[in-house]
Ligand binder design. Sequence first.
Ligand code: 6CS
Length: 316
Amino acid sequence: DTWRYALEEALDEVQGVFAQKFKEEVEANSDHEVQLFPFGTLGESADTMEQAQSGILQFVDQSPGFTGALIPEAQVFFVPYLLPQEGEQLNSFFRNSKTIHELFPPLYAEQGLELLTMFPEGEVAMITKSPVTSPEDLNEVKFRVMTNPLLVESYRAFGAVPTPLPTGEIYGSLQTGIIQGQENPLFYLNSQKAYEVTDHLTFTGHNNYTTAVMANKEFYDGLSEEDQKVVQDAIDVAFEYILDYQEGLTQRSVEEMKAAKPSLTVTTLTPEQRQPFMDTREAVEKTYLEIGGPQAQTILDQMKADLDAAAEAAGG
Ligand code: 6CS
């Protein structure tokens, strides 16, 4: 039979590379076929989630950026300066995190979803029409964010006017000036040609982009033990593959963007410039505890413990 898998990106973007590896593994180790539906074939993220919950799709990749209303606890990924940007500590966190492997699955299960994995998609940077070196520079700036209440709060704390929009509307909204900035990992800013409609790229160090892959729970529970193992093994292979694949991807993407648009400015904020952005973390954490659902405190505490463990494992 054929398993349908939708993702929020194109096949040559990070979620697409992951999905293709998953497909390859499943098909090599079973009689099942995986049919991939990249972004644009089935609607926006909100649509594919509905399709996965109702069982039209067997698998879906949806970032917590769009899962905020469904699973409020997943908004924890938008507390700024909580996750390290990239590197061994981050990878170790995703491999071993109790939050991800033990606490989140029951919360996804309540929504009819089997959480299979979460993986990082790269350091997030801002790309804007005017330069950004302080929260004052974001004053009055309509800044596109994913439709996630805590991400909205975090950009409000950064001083911007957060504007939640689906991904398909980013380019046009920058072009027409409805918004003046957005954030995303570098491979995505590059492949979506965000630099064509903005002029300044800024590394603030406030986050890494996290995504999640899920199965429809009824479908998954109905699989034989053998097939569940095929799925889990394929996920494990694709997970390690996608971490390797992303080595150096941020830097390469910046170089390609600079080559495509030499006038694009690329700025990494100094520790002093970062400080006022970092200072918002406590307030956003507090908001998370208010709007992050009944398990928010447990999730936040475990997440910090996981990050400490990852720092230790990475030797720093
Ligand atoms: O910003 C967004 O909406 C999109 N960003 C990424 C990196 N993947 C898909 C998502 O829709």
